[in-house]
Design a protein around this ligand. Structure first.
Ligand code: GLV
Ligand code: MN
Ligand code: MN
Length: 414
């Protein structure tokens, strides 16, 4: 039986938490850089722990550094928990809402439920996931992967730009990478994540709530092209093995292939040339590829075509191309029953809503073989995300947290 809702989340308290957390890692230009296993990470973790304690949750961190606030009512017995949350790391020069809204909105939802005297029959765990963005090590989502039991040894060996491995950074932060299998939570009743949309779809359609149908899959590669160094003035054009030229052709090819498919995007966001100066032909370039689609087939086809492209570049440019896979996530679909519950909540609460796909990746993707998953989106002003202009208004944040709370009540009380 579904419990009738009589409580409203505290929009002012949620907004204050968003503002306070948004001060940690803030750069001079107003953007935020909060990388995992840094002092900014620790400061954020400490603040969020305090919010969790104030909400009446019992707080712990696991071997991967996830922050978990548990609410186990005596009536819960051995029932599987309902999980909710998101990440609290940011990209380089990111914004205030990506991830943090899902963590703080979840805390707000359970705090309101507690204040209203609701007694869940299933435990609720609010999780602040560690390192979703993968900006430092490439691997990404170490927290949610640990909880789902799918961390790989190679993932733990990924290195940041200074050659520090994820394993080493975790250990230096006081965590136990060799124990990540102990983070596994199973069985799980459901995983629910509130997140900003990070695109323009809701704004364009003037809807306050997005019910996510599914999340695009992705691959991330580090591409290395070796050529031959030489003098920029004394080496004729016909005698060069310039990896920068090969890279340019490679990028044009991959972006053109993505353009030809309707739900596919390819991004080369980081490029380095070595030795990296104006009058030396580079001997090596390294760059990243982030390739996404809701159809896994698109990704496979493009990467196959790029193998042929690599051979052609090797023959015509005299270079040597290698591709290193850093991350692969299959596209996932959200649970039908959770989507129906969310729709009913929106209709009853008179929230304008629509269904949409997520182009961005999210921690909840990792739960696809663990439990039913549901995602709620709220609008991103101008579609801006992963930059300092990222903004979602107070009313939209509150609406998202309210919808999250109502679905949590339905999932945890029945
Ligand atoms: C996470 O924000 C991602 O989709 O890269
Ligand atoms: Mn992000
Ligand atoms: Mn995010």
């Amino acid at each position: 039986m579904e419990q009738t809702i009589k409580c409203t989340i505290n929009a002012g308290r949620l907004w204050r938490h968003i503002e306070e957390l948004g001060r940690i890692g803030r750069n001079a230009d107003g953007s935020i850089t909060r990388f995992p296993f840094t002092k900014e990470d620790l400061a954020a973790q400490t603040l969020i722990s305090r919010y969790m304690e104030e909400a009446g949750l019992s707080v712990e961190t696991d071997a991967a550094g996830n922050l978990i606030g548990r609410w186990t009512d005596p009536g819960c017995k051995n029932n599987p928990p309902v999980l909710t949350g998101s990440h609290y790391d940011t990209v380089l020069n990111g914004g205030r809402f990506d991830g943090t809204l899902g963590v703080l909105g979840a805390i707000e939802a359970v705090q309101t439920m507690k204040e209203a005297g609701i007694r869940p029959a299933y435990p609720i765990c609010v999780i602040g996931f560690k390192d979703e963005e993968g900006n430092r090590f490439g691997y990404g989502m170490i927290g949610s992967k640990s909880i789902c039991g799918i961390v790989s040894e190679e993932g733990l060996d990924s290195e940041d730009q200074d050659g520090v491995s994820l394993r080493q950074a975790m250990t230096a932060y006081g965590l136990q990478p060799e124990q990540v299998q102990t983070c596994r939570i199973a069985p799980v009743k459901a995983m629910l994540e509130l997140h900003i949309e990070q695109g323009k779809v809701l704004e364009k359609h003037q809807k306050q709530i997005g019910i996510v149908d599914g999340i695009a899959g992705l691959v991330r590669y580090r591409i290395v092209i070796h050529g031959e160094s030489g003098h920029a003035g004394a080496t004729p054009m016909t005698e060069r093995k310039d990896p920068v030229v090969a890279m340019s052709k490679w990028i044009l090819k991959v972006t053109q292939l993505a353009k030809e498919k309707p739900f596919c995007v390819a991004t080369v966001g980081s490029i380095q040339t070595f030795p990296g100066t104006c009058n030396i032909i580079a001997d090596r370039v390294e760059f990243t590829l982030d390739l996404r689609s809701i159809h896994e087939q698109d990704i496979c086809e493009i990467m196959q075509t790029m193998e042929t492209e690599n051979e052609w570049l090797e023959q015509t440019e005299g270079v040597c191309v290698s591709q290193h896979l850093e991350q692969r996530l299959s596209p996932v679909l959200c649970d039908m029953k959770l989507k129906e519950q969310l729709q009913k909540i929106c209709e009853t609460g008179e929230y304008s809503y629509m269904y949409l796909m997520s182009g961005a990746g999210h921690d909840s993707m990792n739960f696809k073989d663990v439990c039913p998953l549901g995602m709620i989106f709220v609008p991103s002003e101008g579609g801006y995300s992963h930059r300092k202009e990222e903004f979602t208004g107070k009313a939209d944040c509150a609406a998202g947290a309210q919808v999250l709370m109502e679905v949590l009540i339905q999932q945890s009380c029945t």
